[in-house]
Design a protein around this ligand. Structure first.
Ligand code: URA
Length: 455
């Protein structure tokens, strides 16, 4: 077999055989295929796509390129959750303790942020002392003892994905549905879970810009999961504006703790309830959506979910006192409001631009090796649908370097769109549920249809 023939076949729009895909993934792993040939095949896949069998095979081969975790039978079923990434997405910090408090063990491998999107591992590391590198034995022991552990993904899980992702990043081939689906799902197939709940986001802060594209990506990922024997479902959620109010690592931990205390922003709570309930159903801890939602509410109001977060922080070397007294989390030295210059209603907040403002303050990485500042970021006082009077604070910036504030302020101003009209009310955030059985459109989709009818 020859990689050039494989590239030509895909370039011509033909479907690759399982043997060809195996040959390609092995060649990437063993470095017998050059980066320029891999890049050429990635571009051919980007342009020509892949059918269902090709994507499922590519994903399986990528998963098999490295180690896989396996959990003792007594802990099963293990239900994993994955978000396709966004701005202000701190859902794992709430969902993991909630489902653990409902008796469903959670053993989650998470990633770091890159570019304008944040990552759970960076957020957890803003808790003083918290360790995200655990041995497999420690990880499993914590899940056995307290039902909860979150750690960074080791280099040995789907190593070929790392090579492919790095090449996609520099060859204009990131936003391809088969490549995104194979990348995400290869890591999920290797993580030892029995069921997967996916949070596939749409909007400017997400890979998929429209709900329909997100549904298409979700359908491919659900197909891959099910084809590999894992119960898989996806919720399609809104990332047209940041989720919740806080963007930045310690600021997001604060918001997650407030949510576990029964507060937190409404849109963020809604996404957490929907995802946690879906996990309880997938893990057979509840029989109906209503029962699952009631369990989630009870885990929060009883304080048991917050106790689970504290147990995880304690087990992983973090300072539990910082969760009782949030002022012990890293604090920025500068605080500055960005105020509205006009009166009206916020009609849009571009999530990607807000992510870039947070990045400008130092909360994220432009390159993998960059250090991040856990204390900095921003908090939105106004969200889409809110009325604004000139002079009101739109956003509070938290910074340590005064030189970074001006750029962040400019980006925040660019992100906000304010129009002189009546307040519109809030829109729902969960758009659809995608399972092997089909697509069920939910509140946000119905809201969008109603708005279109009114227009
Ligand atoms: N997250 C991943 O892990 N891979 C992608 O390709 C996109 C998002």
């Amino acid at each position: 077999m020859n990689i050039v023939d494989i590239i030509i076949r895909k370039r011509n729009g033909e479907a690759l055989t399982p043997e060809e895909i195996h040959f390609f993934v092995e060649g990437v792993k063993n470095e017998t295929i050059a980066d320029y040939q891999t890049s050429a095949l990635l571009m051919a896949i980007f342009l020509r796509g892949m059918d269902e069998t090709e994507v499922a095979t590519l994903t399986r081969e990528m998963a098999l390129s490295g180690d896989s975790l396996s959990f003792p039978e007594r802990l099963r079923p293990i239900v994993d959750k994955h978000s396709s990434g966004g701005v202000g997405d701190k859902t794992s910090l709430v969902i993991a303790p909630v489902v653990a408090a409902c008796g469903l063990p959670i053993a989650k491998l998470s990633g770091r942020g890159l570019g304008h999107t944040g990552g759970t591992i960076d957020k957890l590391e803003s808790i003083p002392g918290f360790r995200t590198e655990l041995t497999e034995a420690e990880f499993i022991r914590n899940v056995e003892e307290d039902g909860i552990a979150i750690m960074g993904q080791s280099a040995d899980i789907a190593p070929v994905d790392k090579v492919l992702y790095a090449l996609r990043d520099v060859t204009g081939t990131v936003d391809s549905i088969p490549l995104i689906a194979a990348s995400i799902m290869s890591k999920k197939l290797a993580d030892g879970s029995d069921a997967i709940v996916l949070d596939v986001k749409y909007g400017s802060g997400a890979f998929m810009k429209t709900p329909e594209e997100a549904i298409e990506l979700a359908q491919v990922m659900v197909g891959i999961g099910e084809a590999n024997g894992k119960k898989t479902l996806a919720l399609i959620t809104d990332m047209t504006q940041p989720l919740g109010r806080a963007v930045g690592n310690a600021l997001e931990v604060r918001e997650a703790v407030e949510t576990l205390q029964g507060g937190g922003p409404e849109d963020f709570r809604a996404v957490c309830v929907a995802l946690a309930s879906a996990m309880l159903l997938a893990g057979e801890k509840a029989e109906s959506r209503e029962e699952a939602e009631a369990m989630v509410q009870e885990a929060v109001t009883s304080g048991r979910a917050l106790q689970k977060l504290k147990a995880m922080v304690q087990n992983q070397g973090g300072d539990v006192a910082a969760l009782d007294d949030l002022s012990k989390l890293p604090q920025a030295t500068l605080e500055q409001d960005v105020v509205a210059t006009q009166t009206g209603v916020v009609v849009a907040i571009d999530a990607e631009t807000i992510g870039k403002a947070s990045l400008a303050l130092g909360a994220g990485r432009r390159r993998k090796e960059d250090a991040i500042d856990p204390a900095v970021g921003l908090v939105l006082s106004k969200k889409v649908g809110d009325a604004v009077t000139a002079g009101d604070s739109l956003v509070t910036l938290y910074a340590n370097d005064p030189e970074r504030v001006e750029e962040a302020e400019g980006l925040v101003r660019e992100a906000y769109q304010i129009e002189a009209r009546e307040a519109t009310g809030k829109t729902a955030v969960v758009y659809a549920r995608v399972t092997q059985g089909g697509v069920e459109r939910l509140d946000a989709a119905k809201g969008a249809d109603d708005a279109a009818d009114e227009a």
